[in-house]
Design a protein around this ligand. Structure first.
Ligand SMILES: Nc1nc2c(ncn2[C@@H]2O[C@H](COP(=O)(O)OP(=O)(O)OP(=O)(O)O)[C@@H](O)[C@H]2O)c(=O)[nH]1
Ligand SMILES: [Mg+2]
Length: 338
């Protein structure tokens, strides 16, 4: 980056730290569009992160996630907590459209200065939606949001990756979607820290609650048994209790040794993910401008060399570098974490 750009970044950050919502939005756009400035910005912000409590809200389309998100936000605001909302829709190519929809559904909170809402779709997220989500969460965290809610539709792998960013995940289910436990296929149950049976005014809600309870009895491997709460999001019924559960879960996490392990694993995964991306960029950039690469290509085509040996030659020296660099890392003791 040029010195001039770095100066702009410094100005941008000053404005960000002073609480400018406009600058917050701008920085999020930088991250979303993978602008080159984003790395510098994220580097600077990192130290200010780690304060926010991140809550994922996932479940099938139309289960009431946005309505619930709006109502939970009202409850959080009553407790004077500031909120950032990130609505992520991996199936939609347009973020503008979903933004409108979410704003409408969350109209009660859209006037509130302390609530920041952002919608995101596949568009713009070059490095993957999960990576972008994790970075935007950091931006919101550094901005000083107490609670960050991530709404994401569906229960596929992309959503699971997105929701991994969360400290606590609500799995929203609704009665009457054919098979009662349609959304609760193996693996999906595992991501739920709190189960919400929404549309409690619909027939079959109680039945669904007991079905989930039974499934948890059989399959849950968690130390903390996920609670099941019934809500009617449209009326806000059950939402104060749900909010209490969400906040109580945070207290549990803070005491739990599992949390430290989870933090370690999350940090490891994140760093490895970043490394792989950066290394692959470096390889692609460097190799194309390397004359020995050109020469080797010609030799490979002429069958004087084979591609396997060529790649091995490069990776061997890289491996050697890694060995020297990483050999001293031992396992982290979770009790050493602050
Ligand atoms: N009867 C009833 N309707 C509800 C309830 N909660 C939400 N709805 C309605 O269900 C519809 C979908 O609600 P949303 O909040 O948009 O659901 P969503 O899960 O965010 O939907 P997508 O983001 O499109 O997946 C809306 O028409 C809501 O008014 C509820 O508890 N009872
Ligand atoms: Mg929604």
């Amino acid at each position: 980056l040029k010195a001039e750009n770095l100066e702009n970044i410094a100005d941008l950050l000053t404005s960000f730290y002073s609480g400018s919502v406009k600058t917050l939005a701008k920085i999020i756009t930088f991250v979303e569009n993978e602008r080159p400035e984003r790395t510098e910005i994220l580097q600077q912000l990192y130290r200010r992160t780690g304060h926010a409590y991140v809550v994922g809200i996932t479940g099938p389309p139309g289960s009431g996630k946005s309505t619930l998100t709006g109502k939970i936000t009202l409850e959080l605001r009553k407790r004077n907590l500031s909120v950032g909302i990130l609505a992520v829709d991996p199936s939609s190519p347009f973020s503008g459209g979903s933004l409108m929809g979410d704003r409408l559904r969350m109209k009660e909170i859209s006037w509130d200065e302390e609530v920041f809402v952002r919608s995101m779709a596949t568009r713009g997220a070059l490095g993957g939606l999960a990576r972008t989500t994790a970075d935007i969460v950091k931006v919101l965290d550094a901005f000083g949001k107490d609670i960050i809610l991530i709404e994401t539709v569906g229960v596929g792998q992309v959503e699971v990756d997105i929701i991994k960013t969360a400290d606590c995940t609500l799995l929203v289910c609704v009665p009457g979607l054919g098979d009662h436990i349609q959304a609760l296929k193996a693996g999906i149950m595992e991501i739920g820290d709190i189960f919400v049976v929404n549309k409690g005014d619909h027939e079959g809600a109680d039945h669904l609650c007991s079905d989930i309870s039974m499934m948890l009895d059989m399959s849950s491997s968690k130390d903390i048994r996920p609670p099941i709460l019934k809500t009617i999001a449209t009326l806000g019924e059950g939402v104060p209790e749900l909010t209490e559960e969400i906040l109580a879960y945070r207290q549990l996490l803070q005491k739990d040794i599992e949390t430290s392990l989870r933090r370690i694993n999350k940090a490891k995964e994140e760093i490895i993910d970043l490394l792989i991306r950066e290394i692959s960029t470096v390889v692609q950039q460097k190799i194309f401008f390397d004359s020995s690469f050109e020469e080797s290509i010609i030799q490979i085509i002429a069958r004087e060399k084979d591609p396997y040996s060529y790649v091995k030659l490069i990776t061997e020296s890289f491996e050697k570098y890694c060995q020297d660099k990483f050999s001293s890392i031992s396992n982290i003791n979770p009790t050493n974490l602050k």
